[in-house]
Design a protein around this ligand. Structure first.
Ligand code: SAH
Length: 359
């Protein structure tokens, strides 16, 4: 007999780990693949319905395993089709995940932490501080919930780790989640459909370069000099611009692949022509594309969105320097689902959590 607490959570097991557990209990390892196909490919979580397993085995699975799934507590749809999901986790904490349709493909914007420790000056999530890391099961769970809620089983989608949190600050669970997502018996996601966005946490970035499942990389750069970036991204005081660009130059890229540099544009702060020219010089020799993100303004954020003219002028200078540039269309602003607007109010933090800063 197992109590609830001693039951293993299938959501937290990679396939090799599940194989090992089954093996230790006297079962064939290949059942792990069957179970994965039910859970992830077909979206069936009740062992009783796993009809290619014997009755006794199904009963044992039901007795000895759980399968945690985040619960949808709220769903908001923007006029542009973007949908924001508020999800409740096992411990009652809540996170947000966003579905962005046709950009041109379907994209899920997924969180990796409850809150974030990075405290970027223009980001609402940063105001929350870090509450806790998500587990791999909770990261993958967001994908499972969105696929079901949006009736997208069998539909292709991309994943961007651009929701709440800094993925490289929750390294082990994020990488485990990517391996579960890429498992051929699960969602079988190509790593090329997954983008990890980071403020540039070194040495985690160096470690990422050696991972078996390697996602596309996006760097939240936001400014070309240490002086400017240090004001916007506190972590920059530890790992400066030159150090990050160096790591990017060493990052192994597949042919034709490039690193995306995200650049949130703030009126009068980093949107001047000389900023664009400095950025172009900085990125010369890096296989890059630049994604300009005009600030999504919010109460409590002490910056303003630049004019469209300033954004266009900035983009043109970059393009004149032979950089590939795109301007991110803001999606879901009416439901606060846009970049940097994910925040869950009213989460209490313990003193220890308040101390969980990274520098
Ligand atoms: N911590 C990671 C993952 C979060 S991604 C990272 O910073 O890359 C969130 C993206 O939204 C980042 O590029 C971030 O800079 C951007 N962002 C944050 N606040 C924003 C705001 N107010 N307006 C526009 N973009 C914002």
């Amino acid at each position: 007999m197992s109590t609830e607490a001693s039951r293993l959570d299938l959501a937290e097991l990679e396939r090799p780990a599940l194989e090992a557990v089954l093996d230790a209990r006297g079962h064939q390892r290949f059942h792990a693949g069957q179970i994965f196909r039910w859970l992830y490919l077909r979206g069936v979580s009740d062992p009783a319905a796993m009809t290619d397993l014997s009755r006794e085995f199904r009963a044992e699975l039901a007795r000895t395993f759980t399968f945690s799934t985040p619960e949808v507590v709220q769903r908001e749809k923007s006029i542009d089709g973007t949908e924001k999901f508020l999800l409740r986790l096992g411990d009652g904490r809540t996170i947000e995940s966003v579905f962005i349709p046709d950009t041109p493909s379907m994209t899920f914007c997924i969180s990796t932490q409850v809150g974030c420790a990075m405290a970027c000056a223009f980001c609402l999530t940063g105001k929350m501080g870090l509450v806790r890391n998500l587990t791999a099961g909770e990261i993958v769970g967001q994908v499972r919930v969105l696929v079901d809620a949006l009736a997208m089983r069998g539909t292709r989608f991309n994943i961007v780790l651009m929701g709440m949190g800094e993925p490289l600050h929750n390294y082990a669970e994020t990488m485990k989640a990517l391996r579960i997502l890429a498992d051929p018996n699960g969602f079988a996601m190509s790593p090329r459909r997954i983008t990890l966005s980071t403020v540039g946490l070194l040495p985690a970035l160096e470690k990422l370069a050696r991972e078996p499942v390697m996602p596309n990389l996006a760097i939240s750069l936001h400014a070309p000099t240490d002086e400017q970036r240090g004001e916007l991204v506190p972590l920059n005081r530890k790992h400066g611009v030159a150090e990050i660009i160096d790591a990017c130059k060493r990052f192994p890229l597949k042919r034709r692949n490039r690193i995306t540099f995200e650049y949130v544009m703030l009126a009068g702060v980093n949107d001047r022509p000389e900023d664009a020219r400095r950025l172009a010089r900085l990125l010369a020799g890096v296989k890059s594309k630049v994604n300009l993100i005009p600030l999504n303004a919010a109460a409590g954020i002490p910056f303003e969105r630049p004019s469209d003219e300033a954004v266009d002028r900035f983009a043109k200078i970059l393009a004149d320097h032979h950089l590939t540039v795109s301007v991110r269309k803001s999606r879901g602003r009416d439901i606060r689902a846009a970049c940097g607007q994910l925040i869950v109010e009213g989460q209490k933090k313990s003193a220890a959590q308040q101390l969980a800063v990274i520098m």
